[in-house]
Design a protein around this ligand. Structure first.
Ligand SMILES: C[S@@+](CC[C@H](N)C(=O)[O-])C[C@H]1O[C@@H](n2cnc3c(N)ncnc32)[C@H](O)[C@@H]1O
Length: 558
C-alpha cells in the first residue's frame, strides 16, 4: 500500500478506490503570494501554480473544491479530513468547500495552530495584529460514527503549581473532597471521629474508605478532615483542545530546509487522533513528506501525492533515510518515466509480473513451468516477457510451439479469425525475430504480436553524473576544506543534487537536499571519508556517484 505518486492529485485521486482511506491531511498551496507559493520551482509545481492562480479567490476555490470532492469519495464512512490553510482563504474554504461537501453537521473543529511568534518583529503587528496562526479544519465523513482517539497533553505548569500543591513520599498530589451531596447507601457513618459536613454524605462506602486508608490514599487536613489523594503521575493529563501551541519542530535535524515544511509533532497529533495502526493515511499535497514520514513511524499505511518531482524525490530520500530503522516499511514510487537500467536489471519474475499488469493482463503466479509463458491478456491470449534486448528468431519459434500447446482450441480459433495468437514483450527485437513473425503470418496464417517495453510504459535513461573535488587547504582548527563539484546531464533537465557526507552500507542519508547547483564545500577531520552525491532529473530519475577520500597530510581519492 505505501506509495509515493507523482501527479496532479485530482487525476491520481480519481483512480483511487472509493471508501478506502481512513484519514486525509492536506496542506494545499495557500492562496497567498507568488514567491512563497512556489517552493520547488519545477515544471509540475509551476503548472499547478498557474492553474489555480489564473483567476481570483473564486477560481482558487473552484480548483480546490473539485479535488476535495474526490477526497470525500475516497474516505471511508468512519474517516476524517484535516484541511490546513491560513487567513488568506480559510473562510472561503470552510463555507464554500467543506460545509458544502462534508455538511455542516460533520464539522468537528477549527484548530488554531500557532506556527510562530512575532518575536521582536514590530512590523508584523504594526498595521494589524501579527498573523502567527494557521487554521486546520477538521471534518468527518459522518461525525456520528467517525473514528476518534482522545488525546491528552501535559498539564500547564501553573495549573500543576496551583492544584497539585501537596507532596508525600510518592510525589505531588491534589486532595479532593470526600463528601457528596447525595447519599449512596450507608454513607453517613463517622470516619475517624469525623462526620460528613452538615447536610452532606461521604462519597464512598466505609469499605472503600478502608481500602483507601490501606493504600495510603487519604490525606487529613489540620482539622482531621479526610480528602482523597490524586497523584500527578497517575493522571493522563488534560484532553487536547483546539488551540495548538506546542506542535513545533523538535530538533534542527528534522528541518529539511524549505519554507512550508510542517513539524512532525503536528502530524503526530492528527494521525494519532484519527487513525489506529494499519489504517490508511493519505496526503494529496505531500510536499516534503511530513505526513507520510509520521504515518510510517506510527505503523499506518500511507499514500503521498505531489505534482512536483522534487517533492516526491525529497520525500523518497527522507524515507530512505528512515528506512535504516528496521521498523520502517517498504514503499513504491510512481513517476511518469521508468528508468531503463532499473527495469532491465530488476528481478526477472518481478519484471514479468509488472509488465503483464501494465497491459491489463494477469501474470502467472508460478515462476517456472507453464511452457515459459508469463501470463495472459484479458482475452486469454498468452504473453511471454523477455527482460532483454535484441530478441532473436529462436525465441519466436519456441513461443510459437508453446502457444499451440497452451490452449489448442484457442490457438485454432484465433488463427481462423485472423486474431493475435500470442504476445511477446521485450526491450527490443532483432531482424531475425521480425522476419520470423512475418513468415508465420504469411505462410502459416498465425499472428504473433511483438511489443516493446517502451510501447507500454514510458522509458528514459537516467542522468549521467561526474564528481570532482578540489583541496582548499587546512583551516585554523586543522580541518581540511574540500570543494565538490558534481556535473550531470539529462535530456529531461536536472532538478537537484543531494549530498551525503558519510555514506555507509549503500544507504543514502542526505545531509543536503535540493541543491540546484551541484557545488558544495565541506570540512573534514583527518581519516577516510566516503562521500556520495545523487542527481535527480525532471523525470525523477536519479544517479549516484560515490568517492572515498583519504585525508592526511594530503587528500587522495581511493
Ligand atoms: C504547502 S506544500 C505541502 C507541505 C507539506 N505539508 C510538508 O510538510 O512538507 C504544498 C505541496 O503541494 C504540491 N502541489 C501543488 N499543486 C498540486 C497538485 N495539483 N497536486 C498535487 N500536489 C500539488 C506542491 O508541489 C507542494 O509540494
Amino acid at each position: 500500500m505505501n506509495q509515493l505518486i507523482l501527479g496532479d492529485c485530482l487525476e491520481v485521486l480519481k483512480k483511487l478506490e472509493s471508501e478506502s482511506v481512513d484519514l486525509i491531511y492536506l496542506d494545499p498551496p495557500f492562496f497567498s503570494n507568488r514567491n512563497y507559493e512556489v517552493i520547488w520551482g519545477d515544471k509540475g509545481e509551476v503548472r499547478s501554480f498557474e492553474d489555480r492562480w489564473s483567476g481570483g479567490v473564486e477560481h482558487y476555490i473552484g480548483w480546490l473544491k473539485e479535488r476535495v470532492e474526490q477526497m470525500h469519495r475516497v474516505l471511508k464512512p468512519t474517516g476524517s479530513i484535516f484541511l490546513h490553510c491560513d487567513w488568506h482563504a480559510g473562510s472561503y474554504i470552510q463555507v464554500f468547500i467543506l460545509d458544502k461537501i462534508f455538511g455542516i453537521q460533520n464539522f468537528r473543529n477549527q484548530i488554531v495552530w500557532k506556527r510562530t511568534t512575532t518575536h521582536n518583529d514590530a512590523k508584523q503587528g504594526a498595521k494589524q495584529f501579527g498573523r502567527v496562526c494557521d487554521f486546520i479544519f477538521f471534518y468527518s465523513k459522518n461525525a456520528k460514527i467517525a473514528q476518534f482517539n482522545t488525546l491528552y497533553e501535559e498539564y500547564r505548569q501553573e495549573y500543576i503549581l496551583q492544584t497539585y500543591n501537596k507532596k508525600d513520599t510518592k510525589g505531588l498530589f491534589k486532595a479532593s473532597d470526600l463528601s457528596a451531596a447525595k447519599p449512596g447507601g450507608n454513607t453517613s457513618y463517622e470516619w475517624k471521629g469525623i462526620k460528613p459536613p452538615k447536610g452532606r454524605y461521604w462519597a464512598f462506602s466505609i469499605e472503600n474508605m478502608e481500602e483507601f486508608e490501606r493504600q495510603d490514599k487519604i490525606y487529613y487536613s489540620s482539622t482531621g478532615k479526610p480528602y482523597l489523594k490524586h497523584y500527578l503521575d497517575e493522571m493522563p493529563g488534560v484532553t487536547v483542545d483546539d488551540f495548538w501551541t506546542n506542535c513545533i519542530f523538535k530538533s534542527k535535524e528534522e528541518r529539511i530546509g524549505y519554507p512550508t515544511q510542517k513539524p512532525e509533532a503536528l502530524l503526530e497529533r492528527i494521525i494519532k487522533c484519527a487513525t489506529n495502526e494499519e489504517d490508511v493515511v493519505l496526503d494529496p499535497f505531500n510536499g516534503g513528506g511530513t505526513t507520510v514520514a509520521v504515518a510510517d513511524k506510527f505503523n499506518r499505511q500511507w499514500i503521498g501525492i505531489d505534482s512536483s518531482v522534487a517533492a516526491i524525490k525529497v520525500t523518497q530520500f527522507r524515507l530512505d533515510k528512515k528506512q535504516t530503522d528496521i521498523f520502517a516499511k517498504p514503499f513504491t514510487v510512481q513517476l511518469h518515466k521508468y528508468d531503463y537500467d532499473t527495469l532491465r536489471y530488476k528481478d526477472a519474475f518481478e519484471f514479468e509480473k509488472f509488465i503483464v499488469q501494465q497491459i491489463g493482463g494477469t501474470s502467472n503466479t508460478k515462476q517456472r513451468g507453464d511452457l515459459g509463458l508469463d501470463g495472459k491478456t484479458q482475452d486469454g491470449i498468452p504473453i511471454q516477457v523477455k527482460r532483454s534486448d535484441n530478441i532473436g528468431r529462436n525465441v519466436i519459434d519456441n513461443f510459437f510451439s508453446a502457444v499451440q500447446r497452451f490452449d489448442k482450441n484457442l490457438f485454432e480459433k484465433n488463427k481462423a479469425e485472423n486474431k493475435t495468437a500470442g504476445v511477446i514483450i521485450a526491450f527490443s527485437f532483432g531482424k531475425g525475430a521480425i522476419e520470423e513473425v512475418a513468415r508465420l503470418k504469411n505462410q502459416d496464417g498465425v499472428m504473433i504480436q511483438l511489443l516493446k517495453v517502451e510501447d507500454i510504459i514510458p522509458i528514459a535513461k537516467k542522468p549521467t553524473l561526474t564528481l570532482k573535488f578540489n583541496d582548499l587547504g587546512v583551516d585554523a582548527k586543522k580541518l581540511r576544506e574540500i570543494e565538490f563539484i558534481a556535473t550531470a546531464e539529462s535530456d529531461a533537465g536536472i532538478e537537484f543534487y543531494a549530498w551525503d557526507w558519510n555514506y555507509e552500507n549503500n544507504v543514502f542519508k542526505f545531509d543536503i537536499v535540493n541543491d540546484k547547483i551541484g557545488k558544495q564545500t565541506q570540512k573534514f577531520k583527518a581519516g577516510t571519508h566516503c562521500i556520495a552525491v545523487k542527481v535527480v532529473d525532471n523525470d525523477g530519475l536519479e544517479s549516484i556517484e560515490v568517492i572515498t577520500l583519504k585525508i592526511n597530510g594530503d587528500v587522495f581519492a581511493i
